[in-house]
Design a protein around this ligand. Structure first.
Ligand SMILES: [Zn+2]
Length: 492
């Protein structure tokens, strides 16, 4: 049980640097973007054009008009009576002269006549309205006594609806068929007309979504978004500027040479998120309104993602991290009770350790003992030792070493990032050359930070502030942050 700990320097797992030793210049080069929490990573537009001839047209306000009492006026002329039940659909008309203005509701009407010999009462009738042979309305109406929509032989009802669309000549068709009674002649249950809308460009931001359908994920990840831009008009759109914004800040402008009439283009943009938060992603088509486009109301699309804190923990862990026992040994007590630390320094250090309690019931520190000497610090008598250890340099304030079980004894953890071991021992080592010279708040912050390492928490690489950030890091804090709590809760 008293196996000697070898290669102590090799065990240095976590240096808290007063000054950065390497890499900071590179890290800073991304700062402006990363500090916002995101960065554009990739952008491309697909050359595959998808033809979509009907989209962009909508129908609404379908009605069947109750027929007036003046039945003489309502009689459908030239009706040829069939024996039995026979509905006839006819007289499809638009109430606006062609070409229709684009993006405005155009009223259409039609007639359903009873040209059979049977009275039709309380019967559901299926009605379809089609644009270029594709249903844009599929409904049923009941012809009843109560609503007054009863069809005596040789009478009719008038129906109406509005179609809103843009550009081109289209076939509109209305079909009406009784659902439960036999119509003895179905050749006259359908009527069609060709109608022309004015030529135009009709741009819209058709869709914007994450490519994998996942909208909540951890930070430090690159997320792909798929988008579609449609031109439902009959004229090609040229030199179309498209812009992406994250939280109202533009991150990408691109000009599309041409979006052909009646086509949709697809593209993908990748954004890397570095920070916890809610992000609003917006696609704006022709944001400066330079294209002669009939309707700019549908030119933007937004989607939101929720970015969680990232998991930044070491591979190993305690089998049971509840109430880990701590002993502050004599050499560390001398450092903690330094001139800079003020009164009751040992109690403040205990408080700094216990700051981790109450976050996760499976990870906490129990009793904190003190000793006058260093005797037994490297045994399993207490799970966590706090000692003085001179690293021989003046840039390390403190570090944490960990040991894993090894047969009947225990051995150092050399690769905390990857060694999925069970911790049996930890030592928080204070550097006597540096630790006592720090301001009091740095000393106690350092203790809390090192006891985060004892659990298994690593230095964050995202852009969220945390007590687990290193001393030199601008995102370093003096208290435990949500990032730290998230990681402790991911650990136990
Ligand atoms: Zn550290």
């Amino acid at each position: 049980m008293k196996k000697v700990i070898k290669n102590f320097f090799a065990l240095i797992l976590s240096l808290m640097m007063v000054f950065p030793l390497f890499g900071i210049a590179n890290a800073e080069s991304l700062k402006s973007n990363q500090d916002c929490g995101y960065k554009l990573s990739d952008f491309n537009l697909s050359n595959n054009l998808v033809k979509d001839s009907n989209s962009g047209f909508t129908i609404n306000d379908f009605k069947l008009h109750k027929y007036p009492n003046d039945s003489n006026l309502m009689k459908e002329k030239n009706s040829l009576a069939s024996s039995g039940t026979d509905l006839r659909v006819s007289s499809l008309n638009a109430h606006t002269s062609e070409p229709f203005p684009n993006e405005k509701p155009i009223k259409f009407s039609f007639i359903i006549a009873n040209v059979g010999t049977n009275k039709i009462n309380n019967q559901p009738v299926s009605i379809q309205v089609q644009l270029d042979n594709t249903d844009i309305l599929d409904t049923s109406v009941t012809l009843t006594l109560e609503t007054g929509v009863i069809l005596e032989p040789d009478t009719y009802v008038q129906g109406s609806f509005y179609i809103t669309g843009a550009g081109g000549t289209h076939t509109v068709t209305v079909v009406a068929l009784p659902l439960f009674i036999k119509d003895c002649n179905i050749s006259n249950n359908k009527t069609s007309g060709r109608f022309k809308w004015a030529d135009c460009v009709s741009l819209s931001a058709a869709s914007l979504s994450t490519s994998d359908g996942i909208y909540q994920f951890e930070s430090n990840q690159t997320k792909a978004f798929t988008f579609k831009i449609a031109n439902f008009g009959t004229l090609d759109a040229k030199n179309v500027l498209i812009r992406f914004k994250v939280n109202d800040t533009a991150i990408k402008n691109a000009t599309v040479d041409k979006i052909e009439a009646k086509h949709i283009i697809t593209g993908q943009i990748k954004i890397t998120f570095y920070k916890h938060g809610r992000y609003n992603i917006e696609l704006d088509v022709d944001p400066n309104r330079t294209v002669d486009n009939i309707n700019a109301d549908n030119n933007s699309k937004t989607t939101q993602v929720t970015v969680d804190y990232d998991t930044e923990i070491w591979a190993g862990k305690w089998k049971n991290a509840r109430k880990l026992s701590v002993m502050i040994y004599g050499s560390a007590i001398d450092l903690i009770n330094n001139d800079n630390a003020g009164n009751n320094a040992t109690n403040k250090a205990k408080k700094a350790i216990h700051a981790w309690n109450g976050i996760n019931s499976d990870a906490s520190y129990g009793s904190i003992y003190t000793s006058n000497s260093d005797e037994g610090w490297n045994t399993l008598d207490k799970q966590v030792s706090v000692i003085s250890y001179d690293t021989g340099d003046d840039s390390t304030i403190a570090f944490t070493a960990l040991w894993e079980k090894d047969g009947d004894g225990y051995t150092e953890v050399n690769d905390v990032e990857n060694d999925k071991c069970i911790y049996v021992k930890a030592a928080v080592c204070l550097n006597p050359e540096v630790y006592p010279k720090q301001p009091a708040k740095n000393q106690f912050r350092t203790i809390t930070h090192e006891f985060g390492h004892v659990f298994r928490l690593a230095h964050p690489t995202c852009r969220d502030k945390a007590i687990m950030r290193q001393t030199w890091d601008p995102l370093m804090t003096y208290t435990i942050q949500p990032h730290d709590e998230y990681n402790l809760n991911r650990s136990y």
